[in-house]
Design a protein around this ligand. Structure first.
Ligand code: ZN
Length: 242
């Protein structure tokens, strides 16, 4: 950085101004590319969430279907038992035996009713989850389609601007090397502080070109003399008149 220290204030200001011009062009490209990268990321997140949801719903539907099958089997078992008891009832020797068989049949009928209720409940759950599943799938398909479109758009815009951007990034890096480290860090810090990325501004209508605060005439004169680096008192941006 020996060379950098040899620069006069005016040369430093010119170097900073040049760097700002290059970096502003990079910013312009990024604005042109816009919110697309973030929109792509958002869509990818939404798709991931919807995929997890639909997979979970599928598994739940399967579990309810299994429970229906189990209950249907239990009903068949109970019906077989009832048939057996009915056969036995034909061969009873006394009332006590008969009553016992009737009670057993009643128990099996209760079991059947309970299973039937469980099947109804399961069917309701399945219906509810299917509706939610369909709705989620529709959303998922829509988001997937949107993602393909957005990615395509992003690829196109990136391809159009990438070469230009890379060239400017290189230019910015080499321009940055001309500026002493402390000043470059300050420039970067100011640039990061403002959404429009402006760290170096000019005087516009007696005001700071960054925040539009009035600059007193004496200070304007100092800026024009380029004897020292002057920052706007309000926003801290470096004000140059070259
Ligand atoms: Zn300002």
């Amino acid at each position: 950085m020996v060379k950098a220290k040899e620069l006069t204030v005016e040369e430093k200001l010119t170097a900073l101004n040049e760097l700002q011009k290059i970096d502003s062009k990079i910013d312009e490209i990024k604005v042109l590319r816009g919110e697309l990268p973030m929109e792509v990321k958002d869509l990818e997140d939404e798709i991931e969430g919807l995929t997890i949801r639909t997979t979970k719903l599928e598994r739940e539907i399967q579990e309810w279907e299994t429970s229906i099958t189990n209950n249907q089997n239990a009903i068949k078992d109970a019906q077989n038992q009832i048939a057996k008891y009915n056969e036995q009832s034909k061969q009873v020797r006394n009332d006590r035996e008969y009553d016992a068989i009737i009670k057993s049949i009643e128990l099996q009928n209760l079991e059947i009713q309970l299973c039937e209720k469980k099947i109804r409940d399961a069917n309701n759950k399945i219906k509810e989850r299917r509706a939610y599943y369909e709705e989620s799938m529709k959303k998922l398909e829509k988001k997937q389609k949107a993602l393909v479109d957005k990615k395509e758009e992003l690829t196109k815009i990136t391809a159009e601007t990438q070469i230009e951007e890379e060239k400017l990034e290189k230019k910015s890096a080499s321009q940055g090397k001309k500026i002493e480290d402390r000043l470059l860090q300050a420039y970067k810090r100011i640039r990061n502080n403002y959404k429009n990325g402006l760290a170096v501004v000019t005087i516009e209508r007696d005001s700071c070109g960054g925040c539009f605060a009035k600059i007193p005439p004496q200070r304007q004169l100092e800026i024009r003399q380029r004897k020292r680096i002057i920052a706007c008192e309000h926003c801290g941006r470096i004000v140059v008149e070259l």
